[in-house]
Ligand binder design. Structure first.
Ligand code: GLY
Ligand code: MN
Ligand code: MN
Length: 402
């Protein structure tokens, strides 16, 4: 991505927002262990607007004048020696914003903006916060609190950003295609080598080696390589068990390339599959096929979910896992997660809460059936671009067969 991409994004945000004051923060670095930081991962809205992949920067936009400033963090000499830091010249080159101010200057600037504008926009809480069992990166909240002291009203611009980011531009689709193609290549290699791989971590290593060797950033999320019943733990990522003959192995893997994520799942057999494993796989495969076929622009998203439920209930009944169509408990026991999510910079990108699918949206389709007492978990996941005439299955060239 070059600076034109980021300046276009700022312009479309200003237009959507109606010309107000918008202030956003980068994430800060987080502790990994005692005196050691975790690998830095940027707040994706901030990156989409600036291209800056360094911690603690801020962006101030005065939409009424189409004027933007970057706020540079104070980096001590010792931190610079150990971790390096982004130079002002590089920040300007990447973002296309030529005004860079210090934190003190930014506070003066915000005071001046607050005299003319009573409302300021920044990033509010994530909509699914109540389900999180981890500590949040603190910078967006800290910024909200600071702005709340300076301006009369602070408003959330997350929805506007999500809606804009949901419609992928051509360079974003091209980055996603590269992440997806690389991940497909990994699945191809693993499928061929599976008879000689004995542990889940050996499968993981095949993907990791390929991704880094090809210059991708690595995995977009912790890969799931789950043999047998491990596949029934939805976020299993220990990847340490032995692969056993006559069990399935479910692999949920995505490279990150040029900032964008792939998110693909296939389930393969280790040795000769049992009849039951084949039946469960074939049920998921046929549901997957039917659900992908629904996708087109203009499809009402509630209608999509209604159709999806019908298809999943049909295949669960076919396997004898549900006996009545309205048995919600059984339905959620055997298919406990969402059918789709947006995909992009974030592996779980928001689609911006639209009523209908629109061209340019990219989402996953990932039906799964999980039967812990039988040690069987099957998921098949593809990455689908909504086009003007229907859809393009970006990972469709990878066979979904067992
Ligand atoms: N890999 C995470 C997901 O499929 O949503
Ligand atoms: Mn997914
Ligand atoms: Mn996945």
């Amino acid at each position: 991505m070059n600076k034109d991409f980021f300046s276009t994004n700022r312009r479309t945000l200003i237009e959507k927002n109606g010309g107000g004051v918008i202030v956003l923060s980068a994430f800060t670095r987080m502790q990994r262990a005692s005196d050691y930081a975790a690998q830095f991962e940027q707040e994706k809205n901030f990156w989409w607007l600036t291209g800056i992949d360094a911690p603690d920067w801020q962006l101030i936009i005065d939409g009424s004048r189409h004027k933007c400033w970057l706020v540079a963090p104070l980096v001590s000499d010792i931190n610079h020696t150990f971790d390096g830091s982004l130079s002002t010249a590089d920040a300007i080159r990447m973002s296309g914003i030529d005004s860079v101010v210090s934190h003190d200057e930014a506070t003066d600037l915000l005071h001046a903006l607050a005299k003319k504008h009573s409302v300021v926009y920044t990033l509010g809480d994530h909509p699914h916060l109540e389900y999180f069992d981890f500590v949040l990166n603190p910078t967006p909240k800290k910024l909200w609190v600071k702005l709340d002291r300076l301006f009369t009203t602070v408003r959330d611009c997350r929805k506007d950003l999500s809606a804009l980011r949901a419609i992928k531009q051509s360079e974003e689709i091209s980055a996603m295609r590269q992440a997806i193609d690389l991940t497909i290549e990994g699945f191809g290699l693993v499928k061929k080598k599976l008879p000689e791989l004995s542990y889940e971590y050996e499968v993981e290593a095949e993907f990791s080696y390929l991704f880094r060797r090809r210059g991708a950033a690595g995995h977009a999320y912790d890969p799931i390589i789950a043999g047998g019943k491990n596949a029934c733990t939805l976020h299993y990522d220990t990847n340490a068990d032995k692969l056993k003959k006559r069990e399935l192995v479910m692999m949920d893997v995505g490279a990150r390339h040029y900032g964008y994520s792939a998110d693909i799942t296939r389930t393969y057999a280790v040795g000769q599959p049992t009849k039951r494993q084949m039946a469960v796989h074939s049920a998921v495969q046929s549901a997957h096929h039917e659900i992908v076929a629904l996708l087109r622009p203009g499809l009402d998203i509630r209608e999509y979910h209604g159709q999806t439920d019908k298809i999943m209930i049909k295949v669960l009944m076919g396997l004898g896992l549900m006996s009545q169509v309205d048995d919600k408990d059984a339905y959620r026991t055997y298919f406990p997660h969402a059918i789709s999510h947006g995909l992009g910079l974030d592996t779980h990108d928001s689609l911006g809460g639209p009523q209908y699918f629109q061209p340019g949206m990219v989402l996953t389709v990932e039906p799964g059936i999980y039967i812990p007492k039988e040690g069987i978990g099957v998921r098949i996941e593809d990455d689908i671009l909504i086009t003007t005439s229907g859809h393009d299955n970006l990972s469709g060239k990878l066979s979904t067969d067992l």
